[in-house]
Ligand binder design. Structure first.
Ligand code: ZN
Length: 300
């Protein structure tokens, strides 16, 4: 009996693939969908998919009306956690560490109203190390403030696919929603698998993964499909709290290669060659070709 239990728990530990969902840039403006409708659909989709806690990274200058404040509140009330993505979404490479930290402080002050705020900061554009001086100055500033780097481990180009979709809608081009659903879920599952494989190969084991997503229309339209596709591939959706309790949350990789997330940084330091960091999910030409093939012009 004991042996059977050990084998089964060992097998489970080996096969467990855990991932948290995180949504950046909220509250975004109206697009094909109104901001309010989008947030409501994303929240109901997360609930239907059984995702108890996603993280919402907020750009606080966008909380410029009671309605937008209410949108962030609605995420919080649904159990999701609220965190800092700066006040105006600057590139670190275009500013000073001091000005950047002031942005973070402004956002932190505005986010105080949310009881389930988390002390996490996500770098806009994942632009963390334009040079070593600014990288280290902002890291020190975060540490002084008790803020954790709200890193990602699964970098995705969901924003690029969203742009293709919004352009088609604006131009009144027919869109095949079934094809878009398949492309969106397929590229995100491929991204998760890519970083899982990289971690297992180069780090020896896979950490809890953190998927980078944005508060956009395709996120809201297809969240239940995304969760179903991840689960069908053996992934377990975990809370952002659980993901950021992973040991890699305490490791600040000593590299400037940080723009594809923490697993990319750690595996590159462990010897994974840079050229291998290209695959469908981050290849704009490949995504465009797939969109033209599967989505543009409507369903066949
Ligand atoms: Zn952002």
């Amino acid at each position: 009996m004991t042996v059977v239990l050990l084998i089964s728990s060992g097998a489970r530990a080996e096969s467990t693939r855990r991932i948290a969902l995180t949504y950046d840039d909220a509250p975004r403006g109206d697009s094909a969908m109104s901001g309010d409708d989008r947030a409501a659909l994303l929240i109901s989709g997360l609930e239907a998919a059984g995702v108890e806690q996603a993280a919402i990274f907020v750009v606080t200058s966008r909380i410029d009306s009671p309605a937008r404040l209410a949108r962030i509140q609605s995420y919080a009330e649904a159990g999701h956690v609220i965190a800092n993505h700066t006040h105006t979404h600057p590139w670190l490479r275009h500013t000073t560490a001091e000005a950047y930290l002031a942005e973070i402080d402004t956002a932190e002050m505005i986010l105080q109203v949310f009881e389930n705020r988390r002390p996490w900061f996500r770098y806009p554009y994942l632009n963390e190390a334009p040079d070593i001086e600014r990288r280290d100055a902002v890291r020190a500033g975060l540490s002084e403030r008790g803020l954790l780097n709200g890193y990602v481990t699964v970098d995705t180009y969901d924003w690029f696919l969203e742009n293709l979709y919004q352009t088609a809608i604006r131009e009144d081009d027919p869109v095949c929603m079934a094809g878009l659903r398949e492309l969106y879920t397929g590229m995100l599952v491929a991204a998760a698998n890519f970083y899982d494989e990289a971690a297992r190969t180069y780090l020896g084991e896979a950490p809890a993964q953190v998927m980078l997503l944005h508060e956009n229309d395709i996120a809201a339209l297809f969240v239940t499909d995304l969760v179903a596709a991840l689960e069908a591939d053996g992934w377990e959706i975990i809370s952002a709290d659980e993901a950021y309790a992973d040991p890699i949350a305490g490791v600040l990789p000593d590299t400037r290669f940080l723009g594809m997330g923490r697993v990319a940084a750690l595996t590159s330091l462990a010897g994974k060659p840079g050229p291998e960091f290209t695959y469908l999910a981050v290849d704009e030409d490949a995504i465009t070709a797939a969109f033209n093939d599967q989505v543009a012009g409507g369903c066949d």
